[in-house]
Design a protein around this ligand. Structure first.
Ligand code: DAH
Length: 339
C-alpha cells in the first residue's frame, strides 16, 4: 500500500492540465465517489493496527497534495484565459499616458492656492438656489431692474427657485451661519440664460471672495486684489479700479489688470487700451450684512467676484470660450499641470 501511495504522489506532482476539462477529470479520478482516495480509505480498514498511523498520514498527505494541485492549476488556467480573452499583451511595458487637468480646473486650483496663502478658506453652496440667497439678501429689491442684469433660469414648478446666476449667493450662506472674522472664497458653477458665443455661455464658473471683520476698508480690498493679480499674472502686473454698480456693494468697482499679452502697450486682446477687465468688487453693502444677521455698525467687509473662463482665456490666450465645454482632446492635451 505504501508503494502504491508513493507512486500516486509522484503522479499527482507531475500532473499538469491543458484545460479545465482535464483538471476536472483529474479531480474525479482522485476525489470522486469512486475515485482513488475513497478506495484507499476503504482499503485502510484492512490495515493492521501497527501500520495504521503511518498509512493514515500517507493517505492524508496524498489527499492534501491533490487538493493543492487542483487549486494551483485552476488559478493558472484562469489567468491564462483572462489574458487570452482580453487580448492582454503581457510583454508590453506597464503604464498608460496620464491625462491632463481641464484648464478651468487648473486656474480654479491656482486661485484657491493664492487666496489660501493669505488665510481664505473655501466654501460652497447649492447650484439650485432660492430667491432670498441669490437676490433678496444681496440687496436686489423685488421688481428692481437690477435683477435684469442677469438673465435667470427659473425652475418652472417652484417660482422661488432658480439656477444660481452668481456665486455671490454663497456669501449669504456663509454669513448666515458664521460670525466675523470671515475670509472665504467660493468657486462654483453658475447659469445664465444667454446665447452661446465665443464670449458667453449659459453655464460658466465664478470665484466669489468675501472678507468681513472690524475695520476692513477699501485699502484692504485693493491690496488683497493687487497681491492676487501679481501672483496669477506675474509681478509686473498693474491694476486699476473703475467705479461701477452692484446692488450688494457700495461703493462698487470693476478691476482691470494691465494687459498680460502686450504688457500695456496695446494689442488686439486689450483692444489697444493696455487694460483688460478681470473682476467686480466693492465694500459689502450694510443692507447685506443686516440681512445675514451681522452687526453692520461693528463690522465692514469687502467682496469680489470673477469669471474663471475669462481669467483662463487671458492667462492662456484662448480666444473662444466654447472650447472649454467641447472636450476636444487636441485642445485639452495642451494643458499640463501637476495641480
Ligand atoms: N456677482 C457679480 C456677477 O456675477 C460679480 C461680483 C461683483 C461679485 C462685485 C462681488 C462683487 O462680490 O463685489 O456679475
Amino acid at each position: 500500500m505504501k508503494n502504491k501511495i508513493n507512486a500516486l504522489l509522484h503522479e499527482v506532482k507531475t500532473f499538469s492540465a491543458e484545460n479545465l476539462e482535464q483538471l476536472e477529470a483529474f479531480r474525479i479520478q482522485f476525489l470522486g465517489k469512486k475515485g482513488t482516495i475513497p478506495a484507499l480509505f476503504a482499503e485502510f480498514k484492512t490495515v493492521p493496527p501497527e501500520e495504521r498511523r503511518e498509512m493514515g498520514q500517507l493517505i492524508n498527505t496524498l489527499k492534501q497534495a491533490i487538493q493543492n494541485k487542483i487549486v494551483t492549476l485552476k488559478n493558472q488556467l484562469d489567468e491564462k484565459s483572462t489574458a487570452q480573452s482580453s487580448n492582454f499583451d503581457l510583454s508590453l511595458p506597464a503604464g498608460s499616458p496620464l491625462g491632463t487637468r481641464h484648464p478651468l480646473s487648473i486656474v480654479r486650483n491656482e486661485i484657491i492656492d493664492i487666496f489660501s496663502r493669505i488665510g481664505f478658506s473655501v466654501s460652497e453652496g447649492p447650484e439650485i438656489e432660492d430667491d432670498f440667497h441669490n437676490f433678496t439678501a444681496l440687496n436686489f429689491p423685488e421688481e428692481h431692474p437690477a435683477r435684469d442684469m442677469q438673465d435667470t433660469f427659473f425652475i418652472e414648478k417652484d417660482p422661488d427657485l432658480a439656477l444660481r446666476t452668481h456665486t455671490s449667493s454663497v456669501q449669504v450662506r456663509v454669513m448666515e451661519k458664521s460670525q466675523p472674522p470671515i475670509r472665504t472664497i467660493s468657486p462654483g458653477r453658475v447659469f445664465r440664460n444667454e446665447a452661446i458665443s465665443a464670449r458667453a455661455h449659459c453655464i460658466f464658473h465664478q470665484v466669489e471672495g468675501l472678507y468681513v471683520d472690524e475695520d476692513v476698508s477699501f485699502t484692504d480690498l485693493k491690496q488683497t486684489l493687487f497681491y492676487f493679480a501679481r501672483e496669477l499674472f506675474g509681478e509686473h502686473t498693474k491694476i486699476r479700479f473703475r467705479p461701477s454698480y452692484f446692488p450688494f456693494t457700495e461703493p462698487s468697482a470693476e478691476m482691470d489688470i494691465s494687459c498680460n499679452i502686450c504688457g500695456g502697450k496695446g494689442c488686439n486682446i486689450c483692444k489697444y487700451t493696455g487694460w483688460v477687465e478681470i473682476l467686480g468688487c466693492g465694500m459689502v453693502d450694510p443692507n447685506v450684512l443686516e440681512a445675514c444677521h451681522i452687526d453692520n455698525k461693528k463690522y465692514t467687509g469687502f467682496a469680489f467676484g470673477m469669471g474663471i473662463e475669462r481669467i483662463t482665456m487671458l492667462k492662456y490666450q484662448v480666444n473662444d470660450l466654447r472650447l472649454f465645454f467641447e472636450n476636444d482632446l487636441r485642445f485639452l492635451k495642451q494643458f499640463q499641470s501637476s495641480r
